[in-house]
Design a binder for this molecule. Structure first.
Ligand SMILES: [Zn+2]
Length: 139
């Protein structure tokens, strides 16, 4: 599995999420970010197709996982099925703390955690750390 250390550091130092960061997170989770597209025109769709996967990148759009807590939670449930994500604001540090709890009661309580300027950024970082933890355990 790819080392996500530098992406995690970028997520944790960012003040707010962005489409570029969301694309990087989506790719780190194994999905296509539809970076290169070809234009063609068929009535009834957007006229674009991704050169890597063949899908129309405009529908559905890239999940805004670093700007939307709903999108980040949906990503957590998809790549870590049954996990127990949480997010809370740290009133002292004035940042957001997110964690991914394991679905098994006997397993580790915290597979990964992250902190950043927004809940979606913190949860994205926690997801990537939890994925690293999960791949370590399956070795
Ligand atoms: Zn694609």
């Amino acid at each position: 599995m790819t080392d996500h250390t530098s992406l995690i550091a970028r997520l944790e130092s960012a003040g707010e999420g962005s489409k570029a960061l969301s694309m990087d997170v989506v790719e780190a989770c194994g999905d296509c970010a539809h970076r290169e597209t070809e234009y063609y025109c068929i009535q009834g769709d957007s006229g674009f197709t991704c050169t890597a996967c063949g899908e129309d990148p405009h529908r559905p759009a890239i999940a805004p996982v670093t700007t939307s807590i709903d999108a980040a939670l949906a990503l957590a449930q998809r790549v870590l099925p049954g996990c127990c994500p949480g997010v809370a604001k740290n009133v002292h540090r004035r940042d957001w703390y997110a964690w991914i709890g394991d679905k098994h009661e006997e397993g580790p309580l915290d597979l990964g955690n992250g902190r950043s300027g927004s809940p979606a950024l913190a949860l994205s970082a926690a997801i990537l750390k939890a994925l690293s933890t999960a791949s370590e355990e399956s070795k």
